[in-house]
Structures are given as C-alpha cells and as structure tokens.
Design a protein around this ligand. Structure first.
Ligand SMILES: N[C@@H](CCC(=O)N[C@@H](CS)C(=O)NCC(=O)O)C(=O)O
Length: 214
C-alpha cells in the first residue's frame, strides 16, 4: 500500500490514522514546490493534483475522509463504524460539517501561520486573520456546545471525524485561532494531542532523510 503525502493538514489525517492503527504503508513524500503534484504520473492517480492519495493494489483513492474510511474497513477499526448505520450517519454529519463550514473557518489562520512557514511563502497577514474571526467564532461556538460533556466528536469514542476536524485546528495556539472562549474545543484538541500518532504523524521528510545521511 502506498500513501502519497506532503506536510499538510489533509495528509496529516491519513498519516496519523496509519500510525495509530499500526498499518504498514509506504509513505511517498511529494515535492510540492518542485511540481511533484503536477507530473503526468501523479495526475493519472489524482486528477485534482492534491494529496493524500492511496494506492492499494488496483485501488486508487483520493479524499482523506474516504481514505480513512477505507483504511478502517480494511483494518477492522471502528473509527469508521462500518457496521453501524446510525453511527455512520453521526460521523458523516461531522465530516460534512467540517468540509462545508469548519475547514474554511479555521483555514485562514492555518494558512497564514502553518502553510506559509512550511513552504516558505511569506509572512502571516494579520488583516486576513482579523477578517476571519467572525466566521471562526460562529462555528467554534457550535462545536464548543456539542463537545460539552463529550470527549470526542462522534459516537463517544475516537473516530475519523476527530482527525478530520482537528487537522488544522490542532495548530490553534501557534496560528492565533481565538479559541480561549471555547474551553470544550480546547479540551478536545488537547486530548487528541495526547495520542502519540496524532501529536507526531509525520514520516521522515526528504530533507530530514538527507540530513541523516550527511
Ligand atoms: N479534500 C481533500 C483536500 C486535499 C488538499 O487540498 N490537499 C492539499 C494539502 S492539505 C494539497 O494537496 N495542496 C497542494 C496544492 O493544492 O497544490 C482531502 O481531504 O483529501
């Protein structure tokens, strides 16, 4: 099994799941800035030219939530409730909420701090983040209320919904996401960080491997 990745939030979900479930996979890092996502060979696997992409024998899959569900089914993990329709609906609700609302609310902060620093594409723009605060507060309030008395987003246990929602929000302190007034969100994010696979999901990068050989 191969997973194509770069050091970014959507691959983070899949890499964390692989590590958490102890799945054997060849993790292939692509060179974003060097055009690694735009080669004909990679475009044939993922016409979106995005990561992550999973290749498992004849199966090729993109979209991190679908990849996570595939891996859980293959591994027999209830982090995707394959055999419980009501639980599937619950997880699906939060995956959809993330993709329609939460991701775009947290993304400006994550982009300004994490993406720009990772790929050396400039300094954080404070005005962009200030403009994004009202949308973030609107959806942080929804999540905070939902997490009252709950440790996880769905099904009273760790599911792929937690990894989906936390992939950018986990950088909240570093990214100036104003979560101070949303204590249940902070508690949930801090709890996930106690999972070793979530705290450090990354395989060695090409730069790290080169440094180790030098
Ligand atoms: N909805 C997709 C998002 C994929 C995506 O946007 N991946 C980003 C990294 S987080 C990417 O490949 N960016 C590179 C680019 O747009 O050139 C998923 O969950 O897999």
């Amino acid at each position: 099994m191969k997973i194509y990745w770069i050091k970014a939030q959507a691959p983070r979900r899949v890499l964390a799941l692989i590590k958490h479930l102890g799945i054997e996979a060849q993790c292939i890092e692509l060179d974003l800035m060097g055009g690694g996502l735009k080669t004909p060979a990679y475009t044939a696997l993922n016409p979106n030219r995005k990561v992550p992409t999973l290749v498992d024998g004849e199966s090729v899959l993109w979209e991190s939530s679908a990849i996570m569900a595939y891996l859980c089914i293959k591994q027999g993990s209830d982090m995707w409730p394959a055999h419980e329709p009501a639980e599937q609906v619950e997880v699906l609700r939060w995956l959809s909420w993330n993709d329609q609302h939460w991701a775009s609310a947290v993304a400006p902060f994550y982009f300004e701090h994490v993406v720009k620093a990772t790929f050396h594409i400039g300094e954080p723009d404070q005005a962009e983040m200030t403009a994004a605060i009202p949308a973030l507060e609107k959806f942080a309030a929804v999540l905070n209320q939902h997490l009252e008395g709950r440790e996880f987003v769905a099904c009273n246990r760790l599911t792929i919904a937690d990894f989906q929602l936390a992939s950018m929000a986990c950088e909240w302190r570093h990214s100036q996401m104003p979560f101070e007034d949303y204590p249940n969100v902070v508690r949930w994010l801090d709890g996930l960080m106690r999972l070793p696979a979530w705290a450090d999901p990354w395989p060695a990068t090409a730069a790290e491997k080169a440094g180790a050989l030098a």
